[in-house]
Design a protein around this ligand. Structure first.
Ligand code: M6R
Length: 608
């Protein structure tokens, strides 16, 4: 949601800002803009629409020429997408870009209106520009920022320029991501590292209400009291290729293809001598033995990874696991506390609800463990323990490789849990681990047969609605397959526990409605087949996603997608989900949709 970039150095600022905004496009947006210090003052160009609209506007209005500026992609919250509501916003002597939500903006707007400020947009963000101007006196930007943030309630990442200081970009943040890039005599701010990765891999992190001031040849950090601070400089492990399509038509397809390697890398990083090991992050067998209950708190696809974890941990370690949607967990006054382990799962590590869930769990005395893909994210930093999924930058809005990396880690955790609690012995733990390490091969096999998924997609493109059903792990996969398909193909889809269909939803089954039946789990296969037959009897079109060699009664299945693997049932979700991702991807493409940037969606959901 919303992308921020800022630059000061010797390069053409418009180029750097536009290039950075392009790298942040994945976050989702509906308008864009930049403001650059020119010799005669700040020039702002902004527009509703996409970056191609912005480029067109730059051509007609003339690109700002300068070496210092800020840019923004906006995902509308307060006020419709329009030129006026686009950022940057200028008022008085201040120009800003903002990511986040100012919760008390109405009170602040009233106060500022009384002081004579006139507003030009419907956004909550413009009040920040006005408030900064209100507190700006004696040519002291730092003081203005410190006074302003004291008044702000909500979340913000801000890039700020003061008219009187053409050679400076200021920035601050609270609960919204903002990273500082450090090059050779050039500095950047950005919502995410890929925006400046091309120029530098060095970065520094800002804590809540830290302020950074970047000039041509220097960078200074200040804490919330305005005292100078030293910041640790880190080096990003990601490289430029990881943030590029590298010949693939879409990031999503590239990311699906990366899964065998990523799963391998992630698994290896959590194993020592062939067994799962979490001692390095402080998660010992003694701790696992003492855990009374496990909660998995997450959103969307990450929450679906939690459901896989639930089946695996409960089956193997016999510990009760509850999976909660983070936006519910945070407000349900959950019965959670000492003795509980709360696992928060997130690709971005910035999802507002998941972060709030983590904070609540900590307050209530539970131990917290984050499974996160972005190591410098807020969630990764705030949790008691942190496991880094090594998926690299995930750019496509639809999460694929982050999910497979998450479930890989969660499987290992389940194995170690079970061993620590004595429900499996070391031999079984190591046998399961060895098997899991062969999962990349099984995923690769699905990718090598992607034309089978493409064929199934070609049969779905004209449908208005479809269903996914499955039991146990297959139910967890159905939820994920359905979410993937609907978010990028815009086909209405619902996932049901196969046995639940006849409790209401079966009334929606009409002749011709596709029902994707995930049927990989031998313990419940016969039951799933019965549910499938119930659908078939009502004219549903059955697409079975099953292990190779699964036998169905004649004519009970219309199409079959076979997963060729020897993996234990518990591990089959890894290759199977890849098939569901490919079905969703091809359905989207065949319907003429850009799967990387589905409408209305943002990659990183930093508001509630
Ligand atoms: O960054 P997170 O993993 O916390 O994001 C959670 C969800 O917003 C995310 O998984 C979303 O559901 C994806 N669009 C699914 O493809």
């Amino acid at each position: 949601m919303c992308g921020i970039v800022g630059y000061i150095g010797q390069r053409d600022c418009t180029d750097v800002l536009m290039d950075g905004l392009e790298k942040l496009e994945y976050r989702g947006y509906d308008s864009a803009g930049i403001a650059v210090f020119e010799k005669t003052g700040i020039k702002t160009v902004k527009t509703k629409g996409k970056l191609k609209d912005m480029r067109q506007k730059l051509e007609t209005e003339g690109s700002p020429v300068g070496h210092c500026g800020i840019g923004h992609t906006r995902w509308a919250t307060h006020g419709e997408p329009s030129d006026q509501n686009s950022h940057p916003h200028s008022n008085g002597r201040v120009t800003i870009v903002h990511n986040g939500i100012i919760e008390n903006y109405i009170e602040l707007k009233e106060f500022l209106t009384e002081k004579g400020y006139v507003f030009h947009s419907q956004t909550d963000s413009e009040v920040v520009a006005c408030l900064l101007d209100y507190y700006y006196s004696e040519r002291n930007p730092l003081r203005a920022i410190m006074e302003t943030v004291k008044e702000l309630q909500g979340s913000y990442a801000l890039g700020i320029m003061f008219k009187d200081f053409p050679d400076r970009v200021y920035a601050t943040r609270k609960e919204s991501p903002l990273i500082v890039g450090i090059g050779e005599n050039e500095y950047f701010i950005a919502s995410d590292i890929p925006a400046f990765l091309k120029y530098t891999k060095k970065y520094a992190l800002l804590e809540d209400d830290d302020i950074v001031c970047m000039t041509n040849d220097d960078i200074e950090f200040y804490d919330v009291h305005g005292l100078p601070e030293q910041k640790e400089i880190s080096v990003a492990e990601w490289d430029v290729e990881q943030a590029q399509k590298c010949g693939y038509p879409h990031f999503m397809l590239k990311e699906i293809h990366e899964q065998p390697e990523i799963v391998q890398k992630t698994l290896e990083s959590c194993c020592k001598n062939g067994e799962p090991s979490f001692e390095d992050i402080g998660l010992t067998d003694d701790m696992l033995r003492d855990v009374k209950r496990v909660f998995v708190v997450a959103c969307g696809t990450a929450m679906h990874a939690g459901i896989i974890a639930r089946y695996a941990i409960e089956q193997l370690a016999r510990v009760p696991v509850t999976v909660e949607v983070a936006s519910e967990f945070r407000y349900m006054d959950p019965i959670v506390g000492e003795g509980d382990l709360v696992i928060v799962v997130s690709q971005s590590g910035e999802t507002a609800d998941t972060k709030a869930g983590l904070e609540l769990a900590k307050q209530k005395g539970a131990k917290t463990l984050a499974v996160v893909n972005v190591k410098y994210s807020a969630i990764a930093r705030q949790a008691d323990m942190f496991i880094h999924t090594l998926a690299g930058p995930e750019i496509a809005v639809a999460s694929t490789k982050a999910y497979t990396a998450q479930i890989s880690v969660l499987y290992l955790l389940a194995f170690r849990f079970a061993f620590a609690r004595g429900t499996i012995d070391r031999e079984r733990m190591n046998q399961l681990t060895a098997q899991l390490l062969t999962a990349p091969k099984a995923i690769q096999d699905v990718i090598d047969h992607k034309q089978d998924c493409q064929y199934i997609a070609s049969k779905l493109i004209n449908t208005d609605t479809l269903f996914f059903i499955g039991r146990s792990f297959d139910y967890a996969l159905s939820l994920e397959g359905s979410l993937k398909l609907k978010e990028i193909s815009y086909i209405h889809s619902e996932a049901y526990a196969a046995g639940e269909l006849k409790h209401g939803t079966i009334s929606l089954i009409e002749p011709g409605i596709p029902v994707i039946t995930v049927a990989t789990q031998s313990a419940v296969l016969a039951k799933t087949i019965s549910n499938m037959e119930e659908v078939k009897a009502r004219g549903g079109v059955i697409i079975a996603v099953c292990r190779k060699g699964t036998v169905f009664a004649a004519d009970s299945v219309d199409m079959k997608l076979e997963i060729d693997t020897d993996l234990d049932d518990i591990l089959v979700p890894l290759p199977t989900v890849c098939a569901l991702q490919l079905i969703a991807y091809y359905t989207s493409v065949l319907r003429g949709i850009d799967p990387d940037k589905p409408r209305n969606l943002a990659k990183s959901v930093t508001t509630e």
